[in-house]
Design a protein around this ligand. Structure first.
Ligand code: SAM
Length: 258
């Protein structure tokens, strides 16, 4: 076993996999995952809505001609990973995955099953070091052409909002006009049913890794400063491109670099 893998403390990538119905998790992940459900019963719906958002957004962007995707905070391979969705529309799509969890690294081969005309690559890197991510992505992607920069359920692990904004700015400065920023992020906002996240996140931060934070609508919207938000703007990720769906306490939005 990779000696960075700890089985004595719950890891986000594995608990997320548990909530999605996957098998790549340990007893400690399932125990913490079940406790979080007791505080925030709809967390499984959040995880599924987040993945469905990924599917709708990547299908749409690939359909509009985007051929390069930088998916940071990839998570464990599951159904309809970014390259599968993108290459279904555009077999020549190029995808770079980035995560810092050692268990995701051990499963990276499953993320590297590109269609013949396209490319997928996996980079073991930390979102706190966006310059390294840009350098590694530039080995695979043509950074003079549009890129969809995706961070789904990731900036919530960057505790400082100014740092999270700075990560977004560094990444978006490295890609040209016509590129996209795709984000999802949990919230406590009651309008989206987020109240349960408060106790769930407090429990998480005492028992699991990495620490997590929620953000308000304004904080989430600020990540898109300088970008043009695609309709319908900042909404529950469940409702982006599916206006009738029940909301979950996770914002989703897509911005285009002008
Ligand atoms: C909630 S999961 C989301 C997975 C996937 N993006 C999705 O939406 O289904 C968050 C992922 O971010 C990864 N992650 C957390 N902090 C990170 C960091 N500082 N750098 C890179 N990846 C990180 C975790 O390992 C985990 O796989």
């Amino acid at each position: 076993m990779n000696d960075r893998i700890r089985t004595d403390i719950a890891h986000n990538a594995r608990v997320w996999n548990y909530w999605l119905g996957g098998k790549d998790n340990y007893p400690v992940d399932r125990a913490v995952g079940d406790q979080v459900v007791s505080f925030h019963p709809s967390i499984g719906e959040v995880a599924r809505a987040d993945r469905a958002f990924l599917g709708r957004v990547v299908t749409r962007l690939a359909g509009e001609g985007v051929r390069q995707f930088l998916d940071i905070g990839t998570g464990l391979p599951t159904a309809d990973n970014t390259h599968e969705v993108a290459q279904r529309v555009a077999p020549d799509a190029r995808i770079v995955y980035v995560d810092n969890d050692p268990i995701v690294l051990t499963h990276a081969r499953a993320l590297l099953t590109s269609s013949p005309g396209g490319v997928t690559e996996y980079v073991d890197a930390d979102a706190h070091e966006p310059e390294k991510i840009v350098a590694a992505a530039g080995e695979v992607l043509d950074l003079s052409r549009p890129v969809a920069v995706m961070m789904l359920g990731l900036l919530n692990f960057v505790m400082d909002t100014d740092e999270a904004r700075s990560i977004v700015r560094t990444l978006m400065a490295a890609v040209p006009s016509g590129s996209y920023l795709v984000l999802t992020h949990p919230t406590l906002e009651p309008e989206l049913g987020g109240e349960g996240n408060k106790a769930a996140m407090a429990f998480w931060n005492e028992n699991a890794t990495p620490p997590i934070t929620a953000r308000t609508r304004e904080e989430f919207a600020s990540f898109f400063d300088g970008l043009e938000l695609l309709a319908p703007g900042v909404v529950s990720c469940a409702r982006w491109g599916a206006p009738e769906a029940p909301a979950v306490a996770q914002f989703g939005a897509v911005g285009r670099k002008p």
